[in-house]
Design a protein around this ligand. Structure first.
Ligand code: SAH
Length: 235
């Protein structure tokens, strides 16, 4: 019997959830109770009559910063019935998310993720709560919600029962430390372009070798960072 994998999202925009995760495989899994998605509106934890959640940055500069006291109260509320879930915060200055980290999170009981907005979040609440700062990569989003959706999507597809055999995952990009090989389907010739001969040869060992070569070539040219690590590990 599977336990429900729990997610709690702290956000100023709860209406963004489950959003795209309410359809397709993740949506079906949500209906089936394989995972849950609760939202907490950060604004509900503001204490003044204007329900202020942000203020100007000390030291000056553009934009506003989310207040630590409001976020702390929101985190208290989130943890009330969810003590022990890992606490994450979306941040462009966080550690870039990896498939390995996603796999760890998917194997655990769930997660709590705080979505930043404005210029970001007061550093003291990040430190006081030991929040794990995660980034989607070297881009700047307008808010953490799309990053949280991407994080949840990556976790949910790994939960037992969410995907069919395509979910076994061992041959996918990153699982081996390499990008994946390219895919082809019918028609066998399309706009004068034929599928690589080896793929229609029926020779499984040659196909396996071709795919490995392609995966290595793509990784070497597109992701020198991954390639370096792969070579160090595999010689
Ligand atoms: N001033 C910040 C960017 C703020 S963007 C900086 O230069 O680093 C507003 C919010 O969007 C951030 O607090 C963060 O929660 C979210 N965000 C932006 N880019 C992100 C990324 N690449 N990964 C995860 N979250 C991101």
């Amino acid at each position: 019997m599977n336990q429900t994998w729990r997610s709690k999202v702290l956000t100023l925009f709860p209406e963004m959830f489950p959003g795209p995760l309410g359809v397709s495989l993740a949506g079906q899994a949500l209906k089936d109770g394989l995972w849950s998605c609760e939202t907490l509106n950060i604004r509900d934890h503001a204490t003044d009559k204007h329900r202020t959640v942000d203020d100007a940055p000390f030291g000056g500069g553009p934009g506003m910063v989310m207040r630590p006291d409001v976020l702390d109260a929101a985190l208290d509320a989130a943890l009330e019935d969810a003590a022990g879930l890992p606490l994450l915060i979306t941040s462009a200055r966080g550690v870039a998310l990896t498939q390995a980290r996603v796999r760890d999170l998917a194997e655990g009981p769930g997660l709590i993720v705080l979505c930043g907005r404005y210029e970001g979040v007061d550093q003291r609440v990040i430190e006081a709560r030991g929040l794990e700062e995660v980034s989607l990569g070297d881009v700047v989003l307008s808010g953490g919600e799309p990053a949280a959706l991407a994080l949840l999507d990556a976790c949910v597809r790994l939960l037992p029962g969410v995907m069919g055999k395509e979910g076994s995952g061992i041959e996918e990009s990153f699982e081996s430390g390499l990008l994946e090989y390219p895919h082809y389907t019918r028609p066998q010739v399309w706009q004068g372009r034929a599928v690589p001969d080896v793929l229609v040869s029926g020779h499984h060992e040659n196909i396996r070798r071709w795919r490995t070569d392609e995966a290595e070539a793509a990784t070497r040219s597109r992701r020198p960072d991954l390639w370096e690590r792969y070579v160090a590990k595999n010689g």
